[in-house]
Ligand binder design. Sequence first.
Ligand SMILES: Nc1ncnc2c1ncn2[C@@H]1O[C@H](COP(=O)(O)OP(=O)(O)OP(=O)(O)O)[C@@H](O)[C@H]1O
Ligand SMILES: [Mg+2]
Length: 281
Amino acid sequence: MSGAPCLPERVLGYGAGVPVIALVNQKGGVGKTTTTLGLASVAWSRRVPSLVIDLDPQGNATTGLGVWSPTTNVDEALAADQPGAVARLAAPSEWPDDKGLAPNVVASSPALAGRERQLLTDPVGAQDRLRVALSGYADLVLIDCPPSLGLLTINALFAADAALVVTEPSAWASDGVREIMATIDRVAARKPSGLEVAGVAVNRLARTRDSRYWNEQLIADHGRLVLPPVRMRAAVAEAAARSLPIHALPPRPGAAEACGEFDLLYDRVVGTPDAEYRDGL
Ligand SMILES: Nc1ncnc2c1ncn2[C@@H]1O[C@H](COP(=O)(O)OP(=O)(O)OP(=O)(O)O)[C@@H](O)[C@H]1O
Ligand SMILES: [Mg+2]
């Protein structure tokens, strides 16, 4: 083996290093946090170093990673311009480390809700604080965004190499996706380093005619951007509720299938491990 780093190849042109991915949708409850945790679980299972940044004051990604009383949080990175602050604020999650590599987490804080209002008073750096705080960070980064297109999500988009739009196949989902795409385009136009669309992740696809219909609408409207779906399965919700990576959930109906779906999504969004990386497993 050469001394080359064990990094995944990327499907998209993210440039050097592994990507920073913002998981976004202004609509609540579509699966942003679930998809963040699912992708983190794939990284866990492949021992890829990763970091989850929980930008939602609800803190569901933080608790999904088993962290209930964080000693640091992401609000500290947003309070002022602090180059490199993320590396200082990242702490190990509580996911088990026997069969995988636990991701790090920059925890949420209820103070984030107030921070969004405070950022509005900064006419210069309001949209850029997370990008500045992330400078120098080299691991895969997944940013779980709140259900709004306010300044927290805008900070995530400015910090990210790519945006992954998460949606469920429900009424008018396509319209919501179109609205976010317009915001992503506007941010991309203002970022010298650009901002890619990693795709549209369809979560909670059910075996109903309605679910299939809205999924087909998404494909008709967004074509090749629509990624392989993650189906509605009790095991997916259970993993989050038990603060476990789904890849570590004891065997139960649907768990292996859900892992396979997140594996596929990860391969499309982050990239497949190269041969050398697989040899090292
Ligand atoms: N594929 C799935 N199968 C079963 N349950 C799911 C699935 N995806 C999400 N859920 C459940 O749906 C609910 C909403 O999901 P989640 O919290 O991930 O959405 P969200 O977009 O992050 O919400 P918010 O906008 O409030 O942050 C959760 O209870 C979650 O466990
Ligand atoms: Mg969420």
